[in-house]
Each structure stands twice: as structure tokens, then as C-alpha cells.
Design a protein around this ligand. Sequence first.
Ligand code: FES
Length: 872
Amino acid sequence: MKFFFRGKSIEAKAEDTIAAALYRAGQRIFSRSFKYHRPRGLLCVSGNCPNCMMNVDGVPNVRTCITPVREGMKVKAQNAFPSLETDFLSVTQHFDRLMPVGWYYKTFTHPAMWHAVEPVIRKAAGLGEVLPTLPAKYEHSWMHTDTAVIGGGWAGIHAALAAAERGDQVVLIDDQPVLGGQLRYRKAAGELPAGAIARLQNAAGVKILQDSSCFGMYEGNLLGVLQRNPNEDTTERLIHLRARHTVVATGAYETPLIFPNNDFVGVMLSTGVQRLLHLYGVVTGKRAVVAGSPPDAEEVSADLRAAGAEIVVIVDPGQIVTALGSCKVEGIRTSTGSFSCDLIVVCGPRVPNAGLVAQAGGKLQWSDAHRAFLPADIPGNVSAAGDAAGDMQPNAASPLSRDKRAFVCLCSDVSGKDLCDGIAEGFDQIETLKRYTTATMGPCQGRMCQLPAIGVCAHETGRSVSDTGVTTSRPPNPSVTLGALAGSSHHLVRRTPMHYAHEELGAVWMDMGDWKRPRYYKRNTGAQEKECVVLEHKSVREGVGVIDVSTLGKLDVRGKDAAKLLDIVYTHRFSELRTNQVRYALMCDQGGIILDDGTISRLAEDRYFVTTTSGNLDFVHQWLQWWLIGTNWDVHICNVTAGYGAMNLAGPKSRDVLRKLTDCDLTSIAFPYMACREAKIAGIPALLLRIGFVGETGWEIHCPAESAEELWRALLDAGKKFDIQPFGVEAQRLLRLEKRHIIVGVDTDALTNPYEAGLGWAVKLDKKDFVGRALLSRAKEHQARESLVGFVLKGTGLPKDGAAVVVNGQPAGRVTSSRFSPIQKAAIGLAWVKVSEAREGTLIYVRVDEKLAPASVTMRPFYDPEGLRLRQ
Ligand code: FES
């Protein structure tokens, strides 16, 4: 097999990983470190450290030591310029004394200084480069099983076999291509249980997932599993696996020793050396010094000797003074002398790989006997087996170092001295120390550095390791590509019933979730978006326009207890809503945070028609059902979104248009604002809601989906005389902004309550109970910190959504929506500001095109503040 590395063809054997083939071909430097750009070579060869990450076929940060070679693949170095061997940014290591922990916070204390250096730092920082498109393909799948076993070593094989023999359905997840775990490369640990493996492979009800990592355990024993190369067409598959019982048999992994220059190329973990030797036939050095205690040091020494390497000396880890060389190992200095070598093999402490047990709710407790954190208080639906459960030989004590070049965290170049400095500055709890120094927060997620970081913290603070504690294990670990999380790249496309009519009219499409919606209509080939939107806006304000709103969520809620349910779930009161009336509907969670809004129309004593925002339909549907559970109430909720088309006819001439198509009395006396009627329009049965999102006389018309296009065309025909224009989402957003109507999720966020958003009028605290009432009562009594206000920009320009608001030179809020208003002849918008600024006429500054532009706050709608036009 052949693949390409930096454009050169590299030979590989059938079972090779990329790293094994490159090492055999003479490559020694595999990456550059994150902060100082120090050269790094293979260390663990098990996917646990950051040292071998490269760009493979366009995918960044691929661990080459566990990635099998595929014919023709293209491999590139990353994070190094111009090459791995010569990286200009490695000059930073000579200034390491000027870059202590907390360097940014200590140095760039003035905003101007930070703004000056930020672009440079951002360009230099980061690992790898994300391309806009990738050839990689991803998919998701879902599985259920009685027993999930994680780990394909001796303990995992026997746990899976035992479960299969009791009749369980079993899924075994192994991150290696072949079962056997450490027995495959540690000959002294025992024979491969070939008989047990064969029995397991032939057992009924057993599925074995090779090359698969379990990256997280979630609520209800849901396991996240990432499978590499599940088939020829797929790069990665994310499996959602639900198991009744999970056995964590993930073994233990080896971690580095801490001594000066312990990151040199040529310093390798003993298990890494054994993996390369026994799995790929690669001997990692000619003259090796082994640092470790028996029996591990003797085991790896014997393996290397048998492969023809010279063992210069075996040293106790406590004797190491420093590794010698410039960036590659040339020797080692110990308390007994200096030795020349090209490989330092370190036999580091083994850490039970029990993070999944902690994620499942178990604890990790320090064992003085094992010198390791072992799982304890494991929940009933999980168990641990083998090394992961602490069934391993005890670790020897490991020396610590306060040297600036003794790296504890290889991902972020955090040394023993950095940790000591952090502790001296007051960050003496392991969780704060971790965040201050960034140790354990890089790609290895603490696998290599958690234990020594805890050791340094305990030593410096005088606390025991047990009292120092362990950092929290959170998924995903190991890391998961964003592509795998996103899944396959084919997306659902939903078209409204009038889709093809819009196409004929020159619709320019936009995506809203799965839906295709006309953003605006291109009247002629040369027309620009701005002039089309202005024309559509004008037609609604001065004549009549029509927009397709079929994407609104629609729920039919029936039953004699329907009113009770809506009163509980929405903040307004719907039991008192009269038949044929419509009311604005606001939904909050238990914390009083806005979840969704829409309208509710009462069509009969026991029947309501509920609309939701386009994107929240499924959520609202589930939320209503959730609050119905266990009530025994007579309520039936049916999602009728796909069954109805909907359009909004709006503008001062909308009544004239509609009159031509219906016998329904449309006068404001017979059909007032916020009323609803069932009537025939152009012979088609329809539900008409007299509401006005865009601020003009108008009707939202819902009709059976199969007749919606016919009704749409009938409205356009009837409106020809009045120069009716279809309008798109962009004009609708401008029209609603002029009325200061909010869009949930655009103008609100995950912390917004109705009082801050100016929707307090829609909250009826005099109702006995409803979801969110308790916290909304408190929110009403305590003054909000922020308020959503309108603003009119003085001068030219248009702030972007999210632009900063500044008052007295200090950040004071953010813009959520803004558009140029032809009515105001100025840019208008909505913004979150401090309550102290939420007064009519307050002067604020808004960032526009990198400058600050003055704007004046308004608390009233920009257009028709009394709402007279709606009611005409
Ligand atoms: S050498 Fe590949 S992850 Fe450690």
C-alpha cells in the first residue's frame, strides 16, 4: 500500500497505521506543540496524547497512531510553518519566561492593547485548519442491547462472554481493529485468549464493534460510540447505543514521567514502544535508556533486546536529572551519570480508564495502595471490570518537577513550574488550577496530565491526593469530530404547498430550518434585493401584499380539558377566551424563560387552534404532551401543520381583495381585530384570523394544504386591480420590526423572561398556577438588569445583528435585529441595554462598520404606535 506524506509516496504494510508507516520510513517529528511549537514525536501510540495529530485527507487533528493507512490517502503536518523540522514559531520557547501562566490576562490589560494583538494571536493559535468542505462522509445509527461491554481486552472479552451465555443481547465496543487489548503487544502479560475470542465471535446475539470508541455515557445508559470506517463509503459513524447494563472494561493507560525535557522527540512510553514493536514490527531506537521500576522496566527492556536494540541502562525515575539533546533525545543525565542514547523509554504510572463510570454517576476515589483513582459507588446499571476497576498492579511513586521544561500537560505546554506559579497566585484548588493554567483542557482531555497535575497540586498545597480530588470527567472523551456529530450531509427539504407558485413569481429562496421560504421576489433580472424588499414593504404599507406563512406550526387541541392544559402551559388565560376570538400566546419554562410564542384561537368550547413559531413546532407539541402526562385530562393534540397551507393578506386594501372572494362579513364591527371565523374563500373552506404581525389590516388564512396554491392564486388574481404584491421573509421582518414585534430566538435568548422583553402584559400572575409562575412572580418584583428597547440610528450605516451597544465608553448591550426603515428613513432596530438606559430618548452608541454611531432609544413601536391601522 502507498500513501502520500507532504507529497512524497510512503510504503505501508497491510495492517499499518499512518504513524507506524511514517516511523518505519524515518519520520521522527510528528507535530509541533500548541504554545511553544516544540517538536513532538510519538509518545503513547494509543490515541491518548496530542503528539501525532496531523491532517489526513483534509480532516484536521487526526491521531495518526490509531488511524489505519488507506491506499492513496494524503497526510499533511499541521501547526508548523514552513515544515515540521523548521517551524518559525518555535522561537517563542526562548521567551517562555516572558509568557507565564495567565499571560494574556497579565499583559494585555488595556482594551486597545488587546485589540492590537488579538488578530495576531488568533491567527497563530488553534490546532489544525477546518476546511469549508470535506470529502469525509458521516452517518448516525441507533442500537439497543441488554449488555454493552466497553473494551476488547481480557476483561471485556470475558464479561461479554458471560453475558452472552446468560442469554443477553451483547454489544462489545473495542477501539482496536482486533480483540485482545494489551495481550496483543505485552507478551509478558499472558497469552491471547484465542478460545474465548472464537467463542465470543460465534456466540448468538453478540455484536462486536471494532475500531470504535465510547466517548460518553449519558442519561438512561445512553452511550455515544464513534465507529471509524464502518463501510467503504463512510468515514465515521456515530452510534447512539442504549444498554440495559454497561460493563466498563476499558483497561488502564500509561502516563508520562515528569522530568526536564520529557517532551523531547525520542521519549516514549513503554507501552508505545511495545505497540510499535509487536503490532507493526517497528523498533523505535538503537540505544535505549529505560526509566522505570520492575517489572515494567524489565519487560520492555527484554522486548527491545530481543528486537536487537541495546539497553544502555535501566534507571529509577527518581534518578533522572534531564533528557539531553536540542529537541531530539541524544542522551540522559541521571544522579549516577550521563548516558548517550537515541531513545528514552519511560514506564509511567498506569491510570484506570474509568471516566465513563464517573459520567454514569460513580465516584473516583484515591487508593494509596494502588497510587491511582479507582471507581467507587458505581450505579446499579453499570459495572467495572479488569484494570478499569483497579484490578492492576500498584503504581510506584513518581517524581515531580518544578522545572520550566518539565512538561505536565503536553497539549498546552504547561510545565511543573507553571502549575506551581498558578498555585502561588491562589489557584490552589485542582478545578481552578486546571482552568487558570489550561492543564488537562487540551486534546488529551487530561489523560496524560491529570494525575501529575493533581500530584503537583497536592505536593504544593500540602494536602493529600485524596483531599485534592480529581477533575470532572465529561463527554466527549476521546474527542469527536463535528462532522460525526452533525451526521450525514443530506438535509430534509420541506416545501410549502405554494412552492412552485413562488418559483413562477421569481422567489429568491432562503432556508428556515428544513423549510424553503421566499426571501424576496426578484421582479426582473437586474433587480437587487434592497429595491425588491422596499417595493414589497411599500405594497403592504400602502396597498396590499400577501405572504406564505404555511411554515407556522399548527396544532389542533381538543377535549373538554383543553382550556385547562393551555392555561397551565401558556402564561395567558385561555379558559376565558371567547369562541371565535384569538389571543397572543406566550410559553415559558419553569424558570420563566421565554420558549415560544404564537396565537391561540378558540374555535369551539372544547377546540383550540394553536400556532407556534416555524422552528419550535416539535418542541411545543412535545411540551404540551409532557404537561398532559398523568393528568387524566380529556385533551387530544394533533399536529396539523402539514395538513394546512397558510397565507397572510395584509395592507389597507386587503379587505377589498378578500371581499371579492368571500361572503363573510369583513367589516371591523362584524369581524374585529383579534377575532377568527371559519368561512369559504374562493369556494375553499378556510379559517381566518384577524391578526396583524406586520401592523396593517390583515387576515391570516389557513386552508387545506391541497387547496392552498389555488387560494394563493385566487388572492393574487383578485388583488391585481389593487396592485397586490407577494412579499417575502425579508420584507416581513422589516414590517414587524417597525411594529417592534419580537421574534423568539432572534430577539430573545436562553435567559430572556417576558418582563425584560416588554411582554409582561401577556403574563397573568393572577392565574392560580402555570409553568414558570413562581419565578415570573419574582422576576416581576425584582427589577430586571436588561431590557429590550428600540433604537433609531442617527446618521448612515446599518448595524449588524449582534453589534455592540456602548454607553459612556463601556459595553452596555447588543443589537438583536436591525433594518433600514423606509418609514423612519433611518436604520432602526431592537437591542438589549441596561435598564438604566431603557428610557425614551436615551443616547446610546451602536457599533456600525467598526465605528460607533449615535442612536436614540425608543420604547414605542416605530410605526403606528397606537395600533390604529390594525383595527381599521
Ligand atoms: S502518539 Fe498518537 S495519540 Fe499519542
